[in-house]
Design a protein around this ligand. Structure first.
Ligand code: 5AD
Ligand code: FES
Length: 345
């Protein structure tokens, strides 16, 4: 039996077998087979529904200095901003009117937003929009902070592990950060009852197929409710300004693999994928993705939240993105729904 048959039968493999499977990434017959199976599974769990998450990028201040990220602390060439609670709530209002029932508060690791301030924002969002899910994406915090946010009403947390390999983790991040702490955060979040999202960049500088195989095994063990993956894209003001971007084709291959591995997972067709290929998000949906994350941030701040160069949708009003995405999703046979979109199974 080939590794492909084995994977399609068992939905899980060892690290060595994943390396072997990834060897087929450029084989069109194999990719087509995996995508077909991924779409079949995705339809069984979610029909033709695609969920939306209204993304609110509320601060681009960050105390970290990740080598790949455009809002890293050492980048002196961007204008930093913070949204007030009122501005955040006004993003929620326009999002709610457009049918969004999940709001994602994403930002750099910005200590101006103390636990008290975050709790106040979360409480107010939950009070005004009790039928909506709140997702946080604000990096590494203590168990106690995560507990307070959860108690205030946060439902989900996105924290990409970035890589499950110690060596690669160290090369992508400053010495102050560690893979052990990253993993601890993910386990803490799980224990607190959050729906958790992990993930990584495809084609990060120094990443090999063995590293990706490790990521897949890590996801297989963690069993997160959500997985965010997208191609690495260089940002001109970072250490990796001159590095090459990750491959769209490999990202699509991995989306299919992840759907097969974690059948009920919430899997976004990411903005990074849409940035690398004008039809990237549509192709992502056709490879097993079932979530899109349109931007709800005020247009005046959008350009300033550039984790990578040429990010799409930075000039569009929330309503434009909603309608554009609706059309894009329909063009590949799916339909955007007004729903919290919790994980199934
Ligand atoms: N290219 C692609 N993705 C990036 N991220 C950060 N910088 C980049 C980049 N240059 C991703 C990281 C992070 C998420 C919010 O965005 O994986 O976890
Ligand atoms: Fe924003 Fe298309 S999704 S303009």
């Amino acid at each position: 039996m080939t590794v492909i048959d084995r994977f399609l039968e068992q939905h899980s493999l060892t690290e060595e077998e994943y390396v072997e499977l990834l060897g087929y990434r450029d084989d069109e017959t194999v990719s087509a087979r995996l995508k077909e199976e991924a779409v079949r599974i995705r339809k069984r769990y979610y029909g033709n529904k695609v969920y939306t998450r209204g993304l609110i990028e509320f601060t681009n201040y960050c105390r970290n200095n990740c080598n790949y990220c455009g809002i890293r602390r050492d980048n002196r060439n961007i204008i930093r901003y913070r949204l007030t609670k009122e501005e955040i709530l006004s993003c929620c209002r326009s999002g709610y009117e457009l049918g969004y029932r999940t709001f994602v508060l994403q930002g750099g690791e910005d200590l101006w937003y103390t636990d008290e301030r975050m709790v106040e924002i979360i409480r107010e969002m939950k009070k005004q929009y009790p039928d909506c899910a709140i997702t946080l994406s604000i990096g590494e915090k203590s168990y106690e902070s995560y507990r307070k946010f959860r108690q205030a009403g946060a439902d989900r947390y996105l924290l990409r592990h970035e890589t499950a390999d110690e060596g690669l983790y160290r090369s992508l991040h400053p010495a102050s950060m560690s893979l052990a702490n990253r993993k601890q955060c993910l386990y803490d979040l799980k224990e607190l009852g959050y729906q958790v999202g992990a993930g990584f960049m495809v084609g990060a500088p120094g990443q090999t197929l063995s590293h990706i195989a490790k990521d897949l095994v890590f996801l297989q063990e963690l069993r997160p409710e959500m997985v965010g993956i997208g191609p690495f894209i260089p940002h001109h003001d970072t250490v990796y300004a001159k590095e090459t971007a990750g491959s769209v084709q490999l990202t699509l291959f991995l989306l299919a693999v992840i759907r097969i591995m974690l059948p009920g997972v919430l899997l976004p067709a990411t903005t990074a994928l849409g940035t690398m290929d004008p039809l990237g998000r549509e192709k992502g949906l056709a490879a097993g993705a079932n979530v899109v994350m349109p931007n709800l941030s005020p247009v005046k701040n959008r350009k300033l939240y550039e984790l990578y160069d040429n990010k799409i949708c930075t000039g569009d009003e929330a309503a434009e993105c909603r309608h554009c995405l609706g059309r894009r999703v329909e063009s590949v046979g799916y339909r955007l729904v007004e729903d919290r979109g919790d994980a199934v199974g």
